[in-house]
Design a protein around this ligand. Sequence first.
Ligand code: ADP
Ligand code: MG
Ligand code: MG
Length: 213
Amino acid sequence: DSQKAAAVILEALESAMYIIDTQREELGRLDAVAGDGDHGIGMQRGLTAAVDAARKVRAAQAGAGTLLTAAGDAWAACAGGTSGALWGVMLCSLGHVLGDTVMPDTATVATGVATALSEVKQRGKAQPGDKTLVDVLQPFAAALDQAVARGISVAVAWKDAADVAHDAAQKTRDLLPRIGRARPHAEKSIGTPDPGAVSLALVIGSVGEVIRR
Ligand code: ADP
Ligand code: MG
Ligand code: MG
């Protein structure tokens, strides 16, 4: 049921918070190459606020959808920056699709991630190839969609799609930023992966470790 899903999602957010804590300086370094260097601190602030909000919702026995939307709202309010607003959009989109009633299956999770992708594109106006987190979110959503057709569990589907996300983040190295704060110094960023793409792949990977248990 959704209570069980809420417990797993809280654990997943906590696990994401720990990995981002350890990678905060590296993410800041990546963002300083062509951006303003605040991506590590922004992700840490956003996830800390999201976990805090999720713990409160969980203590009140709410379901997965309510937990995700509360976490997304807190993230957007506290993180600042472009990525903070977009992470808020992603968690809220996922929360609206998962809802509060049943344990989400692979098809529901895939629809949730696909909705998050379309909302992020609508809000941020980035297209694939612009060197943003969309370059990870889009192939991740596509991999989950393929898993639905293959009829596999959420845990296995997420693990396979997390590998796709990791590779996609590394591939942003070769891209030239066409949107966001890195655009004015675009050529400096060649050879360095997009910080928002890297952090999204890190979060997806740490969530996968939790779902697998
Ligand atoms: P800011 O750029 O406001 O300082 P962050 O440093 O926290 O915010 O986040 C930067 C990351 O946000 C980029 O690496 C990129 O992945 C992502 N990003 C920036 N603009 C957009 C956009 N319009 N659409 C999607 N992602 C974006
Ligand atoms: Mg920045
Ligand atoms: Mg900034």
